[in-house]
Write a protein that binds this ligand. Structure first.
Ligand SMILES: [Zn+2]
Ligand SMILES: [Zn+2]
Length: 200
């Protein structure tokens, strides 16, 4: 496999353990960047919308996507749809959008590796022998892109990010700063959401 699609060692360190899904997300991110013609995102240009939900074990993919693309959760460039699917749409307003998903045949073939036997017994990835983890990671590395990923251009995909603002107010109750769009009014005074007693 082309090594540019394998995560650097620091990515495993950042992620915390050796598992197959972080590297899959990394490769997905790298391929999507190439397909859109974008570089690692320095600022706020590239967005990633993973369809991954919660309560299933493949969520590690999202760390790989963030590491590869620079479209991070902290920069508000990643937002989950919670569809519970192994897919993500990569979107750049000037370059368009492309959706990558894992093919069912690939998922089935990967599921036969011993790594998942350990996982199904409830053993955490960091407790699985490295040899067992590297076996499945190495196998994935040797598979061609088109066996792993379905790729769909999404020419009609649109997304408008929230408009940035530096305006803030001090909450009349707790005295902490709260940014404009989150300021609520209680008894005529500006308050933060927790102090207001209102829902969002
Ligand atoms: Zn993981
Ligand atoms: Zn407050």
């Amino acid at each position: 496999m082309n090594k540019e699609y394998a995560p650097p060692e620091w990515a495993f360190e950042f992620h915390g353990h050796r598992c197959p899904f972080m590297p899959i997300g990394y490769r997905m991110g790298k391929l999507a960047m190439k397909s859109l013609g974008v570089e690692h995102e320095k600022d706020h240009g590239l967005f990633v919308f993973p369809e991954i939900g919660e309560g299933h074990p493949q969520t590690c993919m999202m760390d790989g996507m963030q590491i590869a693309t620079g479209a991070t959760y902290g920069k508000l460039l990643m937002a989950k749809t919670f569809y519970g699917k192994l897919a993500a749409t990569f979107y750049h307003p000037q370059k368009g959008a492309v959706r990558y998903s894992l093919k069912p045949e690939f998922i089935d073939a990967m599921g036969k590796f011993e790594f998942f036997g350990y996982r199904k017994k409830g053993i955490e990835p960091s407790q699985i022998p490295e040899k067992i983890a590297d076996e499945v990671i190495g196998w994935i590395d040797s598979q061609p892109d088109d066996f792993i990923f379905k790729v769909e251009p999404k020419p009609d995909f649109r997304f408008t990010p929230a408009k940035g603002s530096f305006n803030k107010a001090k909450c009349s109750q707790c005295g902490e700063y709260v940014f404009e769009r989150y300021v609520r009014t209680k008894d005529g005074q500006p308050t933060c959401i927790p102090c207001s007693g209102y829902g969002k």
